[in-house]
Design a protein. Structure first.
Length: 361
């Protein structure tokens, strides 16, 4: 993320997303009723009363919209910001009409909020310092494989495949099917890795992952040079990738990815819940009470709880977040694109790690 300027007194930040992860950060920072300004295009009809009714052309223009809805289009790598035009050239006479601004990589955008929360500004600043490439990971055993890219926001599954290898007594057929399986997995891995030239991690139970690494070293030396770790997990496929995030076996490799921080925070919360020491709470009402007491050490909020909720609940969450920041607590918005976010949603979408137990009600 490139930051051109942040002026909290005037309530605006001008930034430019430089990656898909940056679009994800903006997706979680821009909320309903914020204002977004960017270069866009608008279909304009000529003012000439004698022009044909159907004659219109699309012209480039700088517009501002008050946000009503956001849509993250991962196929075309863009954010679609829909809202009411609040600023436009007078000659267009379009204030008050609806318009959709597409935010794309390398396109400057200005965001105006009535009040910027500290965690939102911190998120922009952290995104501007991220230089690490995403991590490509393949999880496999002797039945299936899954290729994914671990991004700041979570697991981006790229491909998967399966096989049914003959028994060990049919060694010749087994070897042939195994080679075909490896060939298919390598093709999928290369397609995910090539656009990023990112580090690669190979995980899985048993020895199949090790055999696959030997195959890659023999048949794809350029790709093999990017393999930074080979780790054992109990499962293959997507569940194996999720396990690797939970277990911490990739801590060193994932140290620059936000998804690792989110998973660790959620695992800490669940561990505290299991111990029953009353140093954790969840649900909007209880977390609100904890914030009022200044007891929140770290607030965890599911991203969808901020975006896809009622006005009343969003205002309650914003009040909680302000109370937590005033008491010098930390706030982490958890992506629901991975398992940790799903677990948080099952707890009501909001939870808190506490400095001290709450008094009984």
């Amino acid at each position: 993320m490139k930051i051109f300027r942040i002026d909290l007194k005037k309530g605006f930040a001008k930034v430019m997303p430089e990656s898909l992860d940056d679009l994800w950060h903006l997706y979680n920072i821009i909320l309903e009723r914020d204002e977004v300004y960017a270069r866009t295009s608008r279909q304009v009809k000529p003012d000439d009363q004698y022009a044909r009714p159907t004659k219109a052309k699309r012209v480039p223009v700088n517009l501002g919209v008050q946000v009503e809805r956001m849509y993250w289009d991962r196929v075309l790598n863009r954010l679609r910001v829909n809202g009411i035009v609040c600023d436009a050239p007078e000659s267009l006479s379009i204030k008050g009409s609806r318009h959709t601004i597409d935010i794309t990589v390398n396109k400057p955008v200005t965001i105006i909020k009535k009040k910027w929360l500290k965690h939102e500004v911190d998120r922009l600043k952290r995104a501007s310092k991220v230089t690490a490439a995403p991590l490509t990971i393949i999880s496999m055993d002797d039945e299936e494989y899954c290729v994914a890219v671990l991004r700041q926001y979570g697991i981006d599954v790229k491909a998967g495949g399966g096989t049914k290898l003959p028994g060990k007594f049919e060694s010749e057929r087994r070897a042939k099917e195994k080679q075909l399986f490896f060939k298919d997995a390598l093709k999928s891995l290369r397609e995910a890795w090539a656009p990023l030239n990112s580090p690669i991690v190979v995980i899985g139970p048993g020895f199949m992952k090790d055999d696959f690494v030997c195959y890659v070293k023999r048949d794809a030396g350029d790709l093999a040079e990017s393999i930074v770790a080979v780790k054992g997990v109990n499962s293959a496929g997507l569940s194996g990738i999720q396990e690797s995030l939970r277990s911490g076996i990739l801590t060193n490799v994932l140290q620059n990815l936000r998804v690792a921080d989110e998973v660790n925070a959620m695992e800490d919360l669940l561990a505290r819940l299991g111990k029953g020491k009353q140093d954790v709470t969840y649900g909007l009402g209880e977390v609100e009470r904890a914030a009022t007491y200044g007891a929140v050490e770290k607030l965890l909020v599911a991203d969808s709880a901020l975006r896809e909720t009622t006005d009343a609940k969003r205002r309650a969450l914003e009040k909680i977040m302000k109370n937590v920041e005033d008491a010098r607590g930390d706030i982490m918005v958890i992506s629901t694109e991975h398992e940790a976010g799903t677990k948080l949603l099952s707890l009501g979408g909001v939870a808190a790690l506490l400095r001290f137990p709450l008094p009984p009600t």
